[in-house]
Ligand binder design. Sequence first.
Ligand code: HEM
Length: 224
Amino acid sequence: MFRSVSITGFVACLATMALHFIISKPKADELFGKDRSMRILDPLRWLVLFLTLLFVEQKWNLVGALRKLVFLLALLCFVVLVVTGFVPPLILGKAISGWWLVIHATFAPVFAACVAVLAVMWADNNRFDKNYWPWLNRVLARQPQSTEMPARHEFRQKICFWVIIFLALPVILSAVLSMFPLFGTHGQELLLELHRYSTLLLALFSIVWLYLMAMTEMQKNAAS
Ligand code: HEM
């Protein structure tokens, strides 16, 4: 069950993002210039641009540098945890064990610490302070704190950010609690299922969040 649900989730998520990218990506001429040669390399140009956009903008002070470092470390841990967590059950058809589990359990606490630090450092940037849904603000008689127009994917990005921070709790607690002899066999099985499905949701929302972040930067570049 976990295998088919995960495969469906990843395929549906990646297919939706690919479709959204084809429909809403900026024109290649705007980003790479009309007079570029070897247009056949455009797909490679897009991939490289996408990956470089994951290296978030950095403010030139200590906090800015620290924030970027923690983000890149969290991204590295996330990739390692997704690969070591999902490849055994989804591709190899077996439960995580051996080196997969050792590497997984090694990167896990680093990931947990990075998520906690990023939650504090980025909470202010992810406040719902703009007029995202004017009709809702009217219904709630709420005055948005900022009159600035929200960027295109800003609202969805902020939703994903808070969902990821929220999901990190069951992801971490389910794994850590399973390490203590507190629950019987049935409890351990429940904790593993909770860990599996909460990590699946965390992985999907994180992929969407990274995609929206790269698209926002890409559209900013195209507009400038
Ligand atoms: C603090 C964070 C984490 C800790 C301590 C942790 C620890 C563990 C442990 C001990 C297992 C093996 C459970 C067992 O077989 O009984 C496991 C399984 C798994 N973990 Fe994590 N993990 C963490 C974060 C993550 C994250 C962030 C992901 C992916 C986004 C992930 C994906 C998975 C998956 C998919 C499995 C199930 C593998 C299977 O079905 O055999 N984990 N994790």
